[in-house]
Design a protein around this ligand. Structure first.
Ligand code: SDX
Length: 430
C-alpha cells in the first residue's frame, strides 16, 4: 500500500499536513486546498509563478530541457509528420487519428467552415482600420448568438459540436476580418481544399481570378499553426478556463482567450517583434537596442525574447526559424532584410551576459512575424493567426476543465492592503 506523502507547514503554532501529489512527469504539487481551513492563511503567488491551477493531460513543457509535448508527442515530430487537423484531433481526443478517423474529422470540420450569412453584417459596424483582434473578439463572441441549439455545456454533444464549429469557423472569420480591412469581398470557403489551403484561399483569393495556394507556403503555414496549437496553462488558456468555470458558453470563453492573447507580453508579441525589427532597422543599431533592453529605467523589452517556462531554448523558435528559411527560400527572399537582422540580433543577444544570465532566449514569436510577413499576412493579423491555431488548444483545455469532477468556479482570494473599516462623513462636513 503506498503511503500518502505530505508536506508539513507550521506557522505561529498552527500545523498543516498537506498532501504531496505526483503527475506522470514534471514537478510534484502540494495540495493546499485545506490550507486556509487549517491555518486561516492564504498562499500569495501573483503571476502564478509557483502555482498549478489544474490537472491536465494535454500538453507538457519542460522549460529546462526545451521540450514541448502534445499528448506525449514531441513537437519536433508532430511538425514534420502531421498536418494541423491531425494535431487538432490529437489535442482534442488524446490520440492521433487513423486514416478513417482523420477523414471523418476533416469532413466534419469542412461541413462547418461557413458562417451564418447574418454574421457578415457584424463587420459593417467596425471601422475599416479597426485592429483585427478587436474585430475577432467581437465577432467570435457573437457566435454564441447563433447557436442556441448547442450552448448546454453539460451536454457532451453540445461541447463536441461547439468545438468543431470553432475550429472550422475561425479561419473563415480571420480571413473575413482581413478582407473587410482591405475592402475586398469575403471569399466563401472551398471544401475541396485542405484546412490551411482553404484559409489561404479565403485570405488571398478574389472572385476575379483563379487562385491556387502555393503548396510549399501552405505546408509552412500549416506547420506554424501546429506550433501555436496549445501550450499548457498560459495566460490566454487560463483566461478561457476561468471564464469557462463560471459556466459561460464556449464561444464567449474563446472570445475572452482572444482578448487576453492580444497583449504584447503574450500572443501580441509577434506583431510587436516585427514592429521592433522595423524600428531597429539595421544591424548597426542592434547594440543600442540591446542596451535599452538591459536598462531597468527603459521600458523597452526585446520582443520575442524570454519566457515564463522555457529557461533554455523554445523548441518552437527553432522550428519557426527553419520554416522561415524554407519560405524565404521558396520566395527567393533569402536576403530578407528583417530575417538577417533577426539572426544578427539573436546572435548578439545570446552572447550578452544579461540575456544568458536571465535565461532569455528567442520564443515562438521571434521568427513567426518574419515568416508570416513573407507569406503576405499583414502585421496586425499575426496574433489573429495565433488565435486561429490556439482555438484548438483552448477548446481542448475548456472541455477538459468542464469534464473535471474536481473543477469549481475559479475565485482567487487576495492580500488586502486597503483602508480598514471607517465611518462615512456626510458631504457637507468633509
Ligand atoms: C507567448 O506562457 C506561454 O506559454 C506563452 C506562449 C504560448 O504559447 O502561449 O509561449 C506565447 O506569450 C510567448 C512570450 C511572448 N512575449 C514576448 O516575447 C514579450 C517579451 N518577453 C517578456 O515580456 C517576458 O519574457 C515574458 C512576459 C515572456 C515572461 O515574463 P516573466 O516570466 O514574468 O519574466 P520577467 O518579466 O520577470 O523577466 C525576468 C527578468 C526581468 O528582469 P529582472 O526584474 O529579473 O531584473 O528578465 C527580464 C525582466 O526585466 N526580461 C527581459 C525580457 N524578458 C524578461 N528583458 C529584456 N527583454 C525581454 N524580452
Amino acid at each position: 500500500m503506498t503511503t500518502q506523502r505530505t508536506a508539513t507547514l507550521s506557522v505561529e503554532g498552527k500545523t498543516a499536513e498537506l498532501p504531496v501529489v505526483s503527475g506522470t512527469v514534471g514537478p510534484d504539487v502540494i495540495d493546499i486546498r485545506s490550507l486556509y481551513a487549517k491555518t486561516g492563511m492564504f498562499t500569495f503567488d501573483p503571476g502564478f509563478m509557483s502555482t498549478a491551477a489544474c490537472k491536465s493531460a494535454i500538453t507538457y513543457i519542460d522549460g529546462d530541457k526545451g521540450e514541448l509535448l502534445y499528448r506525449g508527442y514531441p513537437i519536433e515530430q508532430l511538425a514534420v509528420n502531421c498536418d494541423f487537423l491531425e494535431v487538432a484531433y490529437l489535442i482534442k481526443n488524446g490520440e492521433l487519428p487513423n486514416k478513417t478517423e482523420y477523414d471523418e474529422f476533416t469532413t466534419r470540420v469542412k461541413r462547418h467552415t461557413m458562417v451564418h450569412e447574418q454574421l457578415s453584417r457584424f463587420f459593417q459596424g467596425f471601422r475599416r482600420d479597426a485592429h483585427p483582434m478587436a474585430v475577432l473578439v467581437g465577432v467570435v463572441g457573437a457566435l454564441s448568438a447563433f447557436y442556441h441549439d448547442s450552448l448546454d455545456i453539460n451536454n457532451p454533444e453540445h461541447r463536441m459540436i461547439s468545438g468543431i464549429r470553432l475550429i472550422a469557423k475561425l479561419p473563415t472569420i480571420v480571413a473575413m476580418t482581413y478582407k473587410y480591412g482591405i475592402g475586398q469581398p469575403f471569399m466563401y470557403p472551398r471544401n475541396d481544399l485542405s484546412y490551411t489551403a482553404n484559409f489561404m484561399y479565403m485570405m488571398f483569393g478574389t472572385p476575379c481570378e483563379k487562385y491556387e495556394p502555393n503548396p510549399v507556403l501552405v505546408r509552412a503555414l500549416d506547420r506554424i499553426l501546429i506550433l501555436h496549437a496549445d501550450h499548457e496553462q498560459n495566460a490566454s488558456t487560463s483566461t478561457v478556463r476561468l471564464a469557462g468555470s463560471s459556466g459561460a458558453n464556449p464561444f464567449a470563453c474563446i472570445s475572452s482567450g482572444i482578448a487576453c492573447l492580444w497583449g504584447p507580453a503574450h500572443g501580441g508579441a509577434n506583431e510587436a517583434c516585427l514592429n521592433m525589427l522595423e524600428q531597429i532597422g539595421d544591424v548597426s543599431h542592434v547594440n543600442e537596442y540591446i542596451k535599452r533592453a538591459k536598462d531597468k529605467n527603459d521600458s523597452f523589452k526585446l520582443m520575442g525574447f524570454g519566457h515564463r517556462v522555457y529557461k533554455n531554448f523554445d523548441p518552437r523558435a527553432k522550428l519557426m526559424q527553419q520554416t522561415c528559411q524554407e519560405v524565404l527560400g521558396e520566395l527567393g527572399l533569402e536576403n530578407d532584410r528583417l530575417f538577417k537582422l533577426a539572426i544578427a540580433l539573436e546572435k548578439i543577444a545570446l552572447e550578452d551576459d544579461y540575456f544568458v544570465s536571465k535565461k532569455l532566449y528567442p520564443n515562438v514569436d521571434f521568427y513567426s512575424g518574419i515568416v508570416q510577413r513573407a507569406l503576405g499576412i499583414p502585421t496586425q493579423l499575426f496574433t489573429g493567426i495565433f488565435a486561429l491555431a490556439r482555438t484548438v488548444g483552448w477548446m481542448a483545455q475548456w472541455t477538459e476543465m468542464i469534464a473535471d469532477p474536481e473543477q469549481k468556479i475559479g475565485r482567487p482570494r487576495q492580500l488586502f492592503t486597503g483602508a480598514q473599516t471607517r465611518d462615512v462623513v456626510p458631504l457637507g462636513q468633509r
